[in-house]
Design a protein around this ligand. Sequence first.
Ligand code: SF4
Length: 331
Amino acid sequence: MSGKHTNIALFVPHAGCPHQCSFCNQKSISGSVKPLEPAEIDRAVEVALAGSGKGMEIAFFGGSFTAIEQSYMRSLLERASKYIDNDRITGIRISTRPDAVDDEICKTLKFYGVTAAELGAQSMDDEVLRLNRRGHTAQDVARASELIKAAGISLGLQMMTGLYGGSREESLYTAQRLIELEPETMRIYPTVVLEGTPLGELYKAGKYTPQSLDEAVDLCAGLIPMFHSRGIKVIRLGLHSGGGVEEGYLAGPYHPSFRELCDGEIYFKNILELIKTTGVPKGRLELAAAPEYLSQLKGQKKKNIKRLEDLGYECTVSALPGLGRYEVRLN
Ligand code: SF4
């Protein structure tokens, strides 16, 4: 996830969620998903600690953690917090809805040792939020973000691209507004159409067209540097494989290596910019990137090398330690 440490991920389904966000299939799958029992936290922690040792966090995901029944929420937090008290885990992450955060809830989260809270903002355009039946406004996102930061909890934000009624401009606007809220981390999810969702019905009726994979990659390759340049880590791009997406997939830009595609695209854009600014002639092109990013420079399945070939460049790549992420130089 955020690099050095791994999470002990525990799914908290929101049974009885009063909302029906356009893209969410929790209602259609909730019959088959059992509520998380506090005892399962013990089992998951023991298994994880036996496997990889220290520096782990417990992550309650599911998107509505603070909207679940409050005594149940406390029972989960209480069980998790005992592993912080005995120094066996380093923190607790939760993800929730912007309208399910208030002063009281922030105090509770802080009390039980929650270190990071993520908000599903999805869009900062109220009309897009309404069309996708989110049940909250952009103002809720801003208010909840301030409360989380004021409580001394690390803020993470999540946004979606290609929502019903959304656009490229709306995503750029959303990213800009979210940057102003100064989150530490971001997750970006291109909208994928799942079976059993209102969006699935709109799609089948020909009223919604998802982004193509290329459109989503191109847009996200523009969004990531916006966050990156402000020191905000983009810790997730695209839905996880194996999280039930494949089974319920109807349409949309899902790819198991979506991040790699985006990183490769950012490098390609930066290479083109470098060619333009240096005026390097066609023919041999010797590029360098930091050793850990060489495969991103080449692109997935060497896509960038092939595209440069098509443009008349015979490309070689080498490692230049010390260059930053997405930085590319002529060698
Ligand atoms: S995404 Fe929306 S509908 Fe789904 S569980 Fe969260 S709040 Fe409820």
